[in-house]
Design a protein around this ligand. Structure first.
Ligand code: FES
Ligand SMILES: [Fe+2]
Length: 321
């Protein structure tokens, strides 16, 4: 590790690191307990659907889109005052409304032309939707959580470059959270991205690490990053010290059905350096680079989460005889 060339803001000194190998420091009991705390929280019924950018800005260029959340199909479209969400099945005979079109903010069914907007039609009615500018959320009031007016958004920086990736995985949301509650795997499983990592502080429900992110060759930037779960489907990494302090990576796990879920991860990168004002206009070029890095990690972490699900399912089958 001595060959690393570190740059960036100096970080507070730490006591000597543990000499135990990482596999002995990685504590499955702590991970399981932190995960249970997260799963015991409420998400207010809110589920992240997708990145905001995917829906475009102009209704005329953005057809309705269909999503499946927790085994239910929804359609999202541009209404007269912003994005709207509703069940995808037409209340007349069940056509998929996502296959229809939008006329002056109203959904037009492709089968017989019924037009639907903000008024209920029988059991069909629009759902609460929240557009936070980076992500789009819908609220499912039958999800078993006391509904809240807004999702519990983690603290975000005032100015940032955002990048969002979306992948699907054959596992449950908790498997994706469990992956991120195990920082010890970072250097071993993602050596292309993490050059050095040690746990700085561990509380019941959050963990802070000092991690060196690879930049180029032996060049790496070292920061302190904290992971915590504000709701049962989200884990947030916040840079708490070093360059980029205040940047966040929000990882949202949205169930699709019993066996699949979506990982929707938003990176909001910031810096208090004066040069940030020159970087912000370059967002469209920086974004693909951020997205490539996030996708590369998540391709590997999806494999981790899917493997965890296979192992746990096998254990519970064995236990039930
Ligand atoms: S199925 Fe939609 S109008 Fe008939
Ligand atoms: Fe990972």
């Amino acid at each position: 590790m001595s060959e690393l060339i570190l740059f960036g803001r100096p970080l507070p000194a730490l006591p000597p690191a543990s000499t135990l190998p990482d596999w002995q420091q990685a504590d499955p009991r702590w991970m399981a307990s932190a995960l249970q705390i997260a799963l015991g929280r409420s998400g207010g019924g809110w589920f992240v659907v997708d990145e905001r950018r995917r829906f475009g800005v102009e209704a005329s260029k953005s057809p309705p889109r269909r999503y499946c959340i927790d085994d239910r199909e929804f359609v999202i479209w541009h209404g007269p005052n912003g994005l709207m969400a509703a069940p995808d099945a037409c209340p007349h005979m069940g056509a998929s409304l996502a296959a229809g079109c939008v006329r002056q903010g109203r959904l037009k069914c492709p089968w017989h032309g019924m037009e639907l907007g903000d008024k209920p039609q029988g059991a069909w009615r629009p759902l609460p939707l929240h557009d936070d500018g980076v992500l789009v959320w819908v609220r499912l009031d039958d999800a078993g959580e006391a509904p809240t007016e807004r999702p519990f958004l983690p603290l975000r920086p005032d100015r940032y470059i955002d990048a969002v990736v979306r992948l699907e995985a054959r596992c449950r949301p908790e498997d994706l959270l469990a992956n991120r509650l195990d920082p010890w795997h970072g250097v071993h499983y993602h050596p292309h991205t993490f050059r050095r990592l040690r746990v700085v502080e561990r509380r019941d429900d959050e963990i802070t690490v000092r991690v060196a992110f690879a930049v180029l060759g032996r060049l790496a930037v070292e920061v302190d990053a904290r992971f915590h779960c504000p709701d049962p489907r989200t884990i947030v990494m916040t840079i708490v010290a070093g360059d980029g302090a205040g940047s966040v990576v929000e990882t949202h796990a949205t169930p699709i059905d019993d066996t699949r879920c979506a990982v929707i991860e938003a990176t909001l990168a910031t810096s208090d350096r004066p040069q940030m004002k020159y970087v912000l206009p370059l967002a469209r070029w920086a974004r693909p680079w951020l997205e490539r890095r996030a996708s590369r990690l998540w391709i590997e972490d999806v494999a981790y989460a899917e493997r965890r699900r296979v192992v746990l399912d096998a254990q519970s089958r064995a236990a039930s005889g």
